[in-house]
Design a protein around this ligand. Structure first.
Ligand code: HEM
Length: 332
């Protein structure tokens, strides 16, 4: 049975997380890594299995321990990823590509393809990963990191801070509008992109600092090398998406995408969730789940019910409103 998600840890202060119990090790053949520098780093330090395959409960524990991610926020992101891209029968999820290590596949159209699958969680206009249209949506991209550095120099005096985050987020959207005929930026991706722009400030800055700005050597260490800087301390309090309002309001941008497969043809999608309609996000996620699992049976159906339940427990805190729990597969 998939166990319930872990609760918050007892101690939630700063502490050394690049410690002797969690040494960084280089990749071995077959290890999975993907678009998330946070999870990649945790795997490369052994906070989850170094092969990059884990249960959702293990992922929640690891992000709390290794980065002090707030409990409800960790549950929201993890169970969302699991429902979109995990194997609900074996309770295993790959933080990178598809692998036999997650076990036998559920019936299609479900795919258990891991974080790298485009369009369910992973999406366009990332900071250091290219759009799926250009071929590789998950590897560290040096050209994009150069842009991250350039913006940090121009707007942050050599550091990544909230001002840089707001400018770079908007520029990455303009880049995709101008170059990706299949550019899409709505619902899950709309929310995650703003969160991820804040994450380097909230999670990658050493927990003993008070200045809320990230130096470029540390950024490179996380984004490219999947490695904590030497002597790294996690944040001094549980963190989530603090700062997204500031980032968003620097250049407000509505959800949508390039229409008709044409670049420079951005059209707003009024049916998408946005920050003033957060429960539409819950509806959209349920719709994706129902599309992936139109007619689940047996253990698969039971585990869908459980994982949807675990996911929902985080909604009132994370979306700031009780959207009303839905039961597309019944209650037990
Ligand atoms: C990006 C999943 C935790 C930092 C991503 C992406 C996925 C993902 C699928 C790719 C989205 C995209 O840009 O297209 C998850 C899951 C987590 C988690 C399921 C479980 C809690 C974390 C943590 C951190 C983090 C703890 C920071 C310590 C980031 C950043 C990006 C990202 C900065 C953006 C990368 C970029 O745009 O270049 N995450 N993540 N994530 N994640 Fe995570």
């Amino acid at each position: 049975d998939p166990p319930p998600p872990p609760g918050p840890p007892k101690f939630t202060g700063a502490k050394l997380v690049n410690d002797r119990a969690h040494p960084w090790r280089p990749l071995r053949a077959g290890d999975e890594r993907g678009p998330c520098p946070g999870m990649n780093t945790l795997a490369s330090h052994g906070y989850i299995s170094r092969d990059g395959v884990a249960t959702p409960a293990q992922i929640v524990t690891s992000v709390q321990e290794g980065f002090n991610m707030e409990n409800n926020f960790a549950i929201f992101v993890t169970y969302l990823a699991h429902l979109m891209n995990g194997n609900l029968v074996t309770d295993l999820l790959s933080i990178g590509g598809k692998t036999r290590k997650t076990g036998p596949d559920p019936p299609p159209p479900a795919h258990a393809g891991g974080f790298n699958v485009h369009g369910t969680f992973e999406g366009d206009a990332g900071m250091t990963r290219a759009d799926a249209f250009f071929g590789d949506n998950h590897s560290f991209n040096q050209t994009l990191f150069d842009k991250f550095v350039d913006f940090s120099n121009r707007y942050g005096d050599g550091y990544y801070n909230l001002t840089v985050a707001g400018e770079l987020r908007f520029q990455r959207l303009q880049d995709s509008i101008a170059t990706n005929p299949q550019f899409s930026f709505k619902n899950v991706r709309y929310f995650t992109a703003y969160g991820e722009s804040a994450f380097p400030i909230n999670f990658f800055v050493d927990g003993r600092r008070k200045d809320e700005k990230l130096d470029m050597a540390s950024a490179l260490s996380f984004f490219r090398d999947m490695r904590y800087p030497p002597d790294f301390f996690r944040p001094p309090m549980p963190m989530s998406n603090q700062g997204i309002a500031e980032i968003f309001f620097m250049h407000p941008f509505q959800p949508g995408g390039n229409a008709d497969g044409k670049v420079n043809n951005f059209v707003v999608d009024p049916t998408s969730a946005d920050f003033s309609n957060p429960c539409v996000l819950y509806d959209d996620i349920l719709n994706t789940v129902k599309t992936l699992y139109p007619n689940p049976k047996g253990v698969l159906r039971r585990n869908l019910i459980k994982n949807l339940r675990y996911f929902y427990t985080s909604i009132p805190t994370v979306l700031g409103t009780d959207c009303g729990e839905q039961f597309p597969y019944g209650r037990k």
